[in-house]
Design a protein around this ligand. Structure first.
Ligand SMILES: [Zn+2]
Length: 233
């Protein structure tokens, strides 16, 4: 297999892929950075925070009420257990029971209030979500040209990815490793075409020997200036 050509082809596919991903991100940013949408997002965030806080308060109160109920049960079992006969002690237990009942009642009232608040928090969050979605839909229509472009780009990705994977599976593992390392180090361009006797990536003029070597499909030649793998068609 012509390895240099395969690497060049892989580079092409990677560049196509990156280009598309970049453009998709750009389109998403254009749509998401809309001021009205940002405001709706902030409102939703606020509503979400309020609901979370309300959930926590309810949870706390519920736990505290359970503790008091448990304590009441214990007091009651002491009171009616028959083991205590001293009047003073029984009176104290009776008083404690009543105090606990009052506290529990207050907590239950508070719980009802908190639940009402929680309901309205849930409602507010739902409304904020719906409002944001409505805006996003409106923006999508408004930006239908961009959205169309985005959709087209998304549809192209699986094919590019499949070709890329197929090509990668055929390449020598060590060579692929070298390609990946160069790709990362050299800003996404690991393979440079020889163009007009120069390295197309860095522009340096190449010697006739290097050009000849780059045209050899069975060996890897690198640009002496930028270190990228050279490809000559
Ligand atoms: Zn170069």
């Amino acid at each position: 297999m012509n390895e240099t050509f395969s690497l060049y082809r892989l580079q092409q596919l990677d560049s196509q892929r990156i280009q598309r991903l970049k453009r998709i991100k750009q389109i998403d940013q254009i749509i998401a950075s809309d001021k009205v949408v940002l405001k709706a997002r902030a409102t939703l965030q606020k509503a979400t925070d309020a609901l979370n806080e309300s959930d926590n308060q309810l949870d706390d109160l519920h736990k505290k009420a359970e503790e008091k109920s448990l304590k009441l049960k214990l007091t009651q079992s002491k009171l009616y257990g028959g083991k205590i006969s001293a009047t003073k002690e029984l009176q104290d237990l009776q008083a404690e029971s009543e105090a606990l009942r009052r506290v529990i009642k207050t907590m239950e009232d508070e719980q009802i209030q908190l639940m009402e608040v929680n309901d309205s928090c849930q409602e507010a969050k739902k409304e904020a979500e719906a409002e944001l979605q409505k805006l996003l839909n409106a923006k999508a229509t408004e930006n239908s040209l961009l959205m169309g472009e985005r959709e087209k780009l998304i549809k192209q990705l699986p094919k590019i990815n499949a070709q890329r994977d197929a090509l990668k599976s055929q390449l020598d593992a060590k060579l692929l490793e070298e390609y990946d390392a160069l790709f990362k180090r050299k800003g996404g361009v690991a393979v440079a075409e020889v163009y007009d006797s120069s390295c197309k990536a860095c522009g340096v003029e190449l010697s006739p020997t290097d050009i000849q070597l780059a045209a050899n499909p069975n060996m890897i030649t690198k640009c002496k200036s930028c270190g990228r793998i050279l490809y000559k068609s």
